[in-house]
Write a protein that binds this ligand. Sequence first.
Ligand code: ADE
Length: 224
Amino acid sequence: MRIDILTVFPDMLEGFFNCSMMARAQKAGLAEIHLHDIREYTTDKHHKTDDYPFGGCAGLVMKIEPIDRLITDLKSQRDYDEVIYTSPDGEQFNQKTANSLSLLDNVIILCGHYKGIDYRIREHLITREISIGDYVLTGGELAAAVMTDSIVRLIPGVLSDEQSALSDCFQDNLLAPPVYTRPAEYKGWRVPDVLLSGNQALIDDWEFQQSMERTKRLRPDLLE
Ligand code: ADE
């Protein structure tokens, strides 16, 4: 899968995608993540990517031309399944969205900034608008990082069997059960006996009961 991220602050994302699982997925050839600096697609001498809004309200709006040039350039090289815009007023991102996006081949994610982007970009170039939650960030970069991380880790081969995405929280609308590691006892705090029993059927049953109990208590909405 290939993800092209369009931003005025590529440096914000560079480090994130060069670490840990995201770096490994790219090195293994399972995911290609390309950061594009929107500023490089400006043609004026000040490399302006934003301007004052028509109508006189406060703040700056991202300009249409550099973003259109960049998207047109990418689209001339390959077909894209989705051109996503990160925005607090988009549809809410969740595990189901991550699952379906992870099945696509080529995706563009455009990070918004300032007061937003010229609305014509949303009307003519964007196919999907996604929010990562009901709060406002200074820009869409963190949203793009959050979405890309949760999508890429679902690509077959990115996680090892032991880390399988199938046992993730939310994958079956249940929260994950508690996990423990050695030592089995610390300051008198013991790991549940069943996990030390070696009886896999008992362990599976305990984990399922724990998942149900935690979901009912912490996220009853998931069971509705
Ligand atoms: N840009 C600013 N806030 C955002 C949010 N909550 N989700 C996605 N993009 C955003």
